[in-house]
Unconditional design. Structure first.
Ligand code: IPE
Ligand code: IPE
Ligand code: MG
Length: 247
């Protein structure tokens, strides 16, 4: 159930003003498992199923860019066995993903610091990017070991080094240049960010890019998230009045 807005009828979705870029903070896996008396990792397994289903659906309804938050730079703080279970899940997912999303024409990209993962996982991430590069459907950014502050620091360092080397002057540092040095370079800013699980926070996700993003918080745990919940978020988005500081 959404905290704001009415539930749309399926038929209404195709008539909506669609966001070009949607972000999803896939949250609530642990609570989903706890409610069932299961270990947290069971929630992550179920969350991965939801991820596949909702990603395909986003592509079907005509979203051009989807960014999903899968693992943050802060998630390493979790107990070792939970982090271990997540790495195992990423590995099995990435092995299957090489062929997954092929029929949907989805371009897979990873945003975040890949160097934090094992060489095996990094190779799988590279392979997924490589084999989907030529597709021309929806761009799927999977945020893994992603933290927006880390991303901004990385961009600042790159720009500082270019100034130091005389490649650019200080005057050439613009908002556009900062955007061009983020992981999402060349992509439009997210129009809509959906956070299931009822938490009202951004948790270090797309801080720079979300300056004028619309937020929809949904009171549902990610493993329970259905296509109809996405429809509902799109409907709420379509009713928003975006002003960008104007009137
Ligand atoms: C999101 O679900 C998945 C990751 C952060 C990897 P959580 O694991 O944060 O689930 P809750 O928020 O504890 O319920
Ligand atoms: C955000 O969820 C990160 C992901 C969904 C991958 P968290 O569960 O880590 O965020 P907090 O701790 O509730 O802010
Ligand atoms: Mg959480």
């Amino acid at each position: 159930m959404a905290l704001f807005g009415k539930k749309p009828k399926q038929s209404e979705v195709s008539e909506l003003v669609l966001p070009k870029h949607v972000g999803i903070i896939m949250d609530g896996n642990g609570r989903w498992a706890k409610k069932r008396g299961l270990p947290r990792k069971a929630g992550h397994t179920e969350g991965a199923r939801t991820f596949r289903k909702i990603t395909r659906y986003c592509s079907e309804v005509g979203i051009k860019y989807l960014t999903v938050y899968a693992f943050s730079t802060e998630n390493w703080r979790r107990p070792e066995d939970e982090v271990g279970a997540l790495m195992k899940l990423f590995k099995s997912y990435l092995e299957e993903a090489i062929s997954d999303f092929k029929d949907d024409d989805i371009v897979v990209r990873f945003i975040g610091d890949k160097s934090g993962f094992s060489p095996e996982l990094q190779a799988l991430m590279d392979e997924n990017e490589e084999c989907s590069r030529e597709r021309d459907g929806m761009v799927l950014n999977i945020a893994m070991n992603y933290g927006s502050r880390d991303e901004i620091v990385r961009a600042v360092k790159r720009i500082a080094s270019d100034v130091k080397d005389g490649k650019i002057s200080e005057d050439e540092i613009t908002e556009q240049l900062v955007s061009d040095n983020l992981y999402t370079a060349g992509q439009p800013d997210p129009d809509l960010i959906i956070r299931p699980s009822g938490e009202y926070r951004i948790s270090n996700f797309l801080l720079w890019q979300s300056a004028y993003t619309e937020f929809v918080i949904m009171n549902k745990l990610w493993p329970d998230f259905q296509k109809s919940d996405l429809d509902e978020a799109l409907q709420i988005y379509a009713q928003r009045n975006r002003r960008y500081g104007g009137v």
